[in-house]
Design a protein around this ligand. Structure first.
Ligand SMILES: *Cc1c(COP(=O)(O)O)cnc(C)c1O
Length: 404
């Protein structure tokens, strides 16, 4: 049985007050809160076995190396990668995408085509635009519709033997839409293109299986799934990671260095130059353990309940419009109220203890599509409650009264 009150006990921050009111944290799509067990993992690392990894013979270094590599194995198991060396630990989703986008400079030529979607976060747009500038490749866009879904017929027409790479998010951070990525991947593979899936927004809700998806690259950030900031994963199929050149040069990523010639280390070290976020990697593993101990099916089912409850309650407010109305979406509600700026709503509900995000959510093309400057975005996690939604809805009503 899922007991949300018991779950909430795991998160010390949920006990604090903001502006004199109990914190209601509905900004989970920006970053999730951290359970005590992950905080303890971080404290334990710095209290007991902080050391640099992979190069020391001393005991502390061995312990830290073992813990780091155990975390990599946990991440491998969680995402069902075939090999642990296909899991590259990065500083997050953005870093992971940049590794791939920079690496593809060596593999593209002028006139090659790349396909992105209209639903992307800026971090899955800008690195590819930079790649196009370097190589002369051309960026094509899968359009979206009013519901906030991708138009797959248009995707079919964009695909050709010129297509080298397709990159789409699994779930839109601005709207919550779950994209049909299996279909997108399979169709790209039919024309010989590789696919990168931005899983930053899916990893808190879904347990993806990279082998079943047959995806070439899958990227996530630990801080969206109860882990710390500054660490994430680049999963890549072995054949792709072997083909791509290293992203950064430095220590740890080499086999031998002389001034005449340097040879690179094998996977995963080739892409892990310098001292990594050792503690972060270990805590990433602890966060996955924590989420799996609750279970992703349980998490998703409860969050769907919150989504339908919140949607129904918010729609009772006159003049309120929700953006992103796909039947396939996660617990994100992006909305505006007629004639009121989203920023003003965000400011007032914050005074009442509710944290929501306002603005373009790093997805300006979506806002341009709807011809709006931004939205108010409430994103629910498994530690939120219907009672919190009630308080939030009352706060929005109050804001509406004050601002109209
Ligand atoms: C949060 C997010 C990112 C960026 O993640 P960082 O941790 O800031 O690198 C990229 N894509 C999506 C869909 C996101 O939600």
């Amino acid at each position: 049985m899922f007991d949300v009150l018991k779950i909430r006990e795991d998160f010390p921050i949920l006990k604090r007050k903001v502006n004199g009111k109990p914190l209601i944290y509905f900004d989970n799509a920006a970053t999730s809160q951290t359970p005590q067990i992950v905080i303890d993992t971080i404290v334990d690392y710095y209290s007991n076995y902080n050391a640099n990894i992979h190069r020391g013979v001393h005991s502390l270094s061995q312990e830290a190396t073992d813990a780091y590599e155990i975390a990599r194995k946990k991440i491998q198991t969680h995402f069902n990668a075939k090999h642990a060396h296909e899991v590259i630990l990065t500083s997050g989703t953005t870093h992971a995408i940049n590794i791939v986008a920079t690496g593809f400079s060596a593999l593209l030529k002028e006139g090659d085509e790349l396909i992105v979607s209209a639903l992307e976060h800026h971090s899955n747009i800008v690195p590819w635009q930079m790649l196009c500038e370097r190589t002369g490749a051309v960026l094509k866009v899968i359009p979206m519709n009013e519901e906030g879904e991708l138009q797959l017929e248009a995707y079919d027409n964009l695909l050709s033997d010129k297509t080298k790479l397709v990159f789409v998010n699994h779930i839109s951070n601005a709207l919550g839409t779950i994209n049909p990525i299996k279909e997108i991947i399979d169709k790209a593979h039919k024309v010989g293109a590789a696919v990168l899936i931005d899983g930053a927004q899916s990893c808190p809700h879904i347990k993806p299986d990279v082998q079943a998806l047959d995806v070439d690259f899958y990227v996530v950030s630990a801080h969206k799934l109860c882990g710390p900031t500054g660490v994430g994963m680049l999963y890549g199929k072995e054949e792709w990671l072997t083909k791509l050149p290293p992203y950064q040069g430095g220590g740890e990523m080499i086999e031998t260095v002389t001034f005449e010639k340097t040879t690179y280390a094998g996977l995963p070290h080739k892409f892990e130059a310098g001292t990594p976020n050792i503690c972060g990697g270990i805590a990433f593993g602890a966060a996955l353990d924590y989420m799996n101990s609750i279970g992703f099916d349980t998490i998703a089912a409860y969050e769907q309940e919150l989504l339908s409850y919140g949607t129904q309650k918010l729609l009772e407010i006159e003049g309120l419009k929700i953006y992103g109305t796909s039947a396939n979406k996660t617990s994100v509600i992006s909305f505006n109220i007629d004639g009121i700026h989203p920023y003003d709503i965000g400011t007032i509900v914050d005074k009442l203890g509710v944290a929501v995000r306002t603005g373009h959510h790093c997805a300006q093309p979506i806002m341009d599509y709807y011809k709006i400057p931004g939205t108010v975005r409430a994103s629910f996690s498994f530690y939120n409650t219907k009672e919190e939604i009630d308080i939030f809805v009352e706060a929005v009503k109050k804001a509406k009264t004050m601002l109209s």
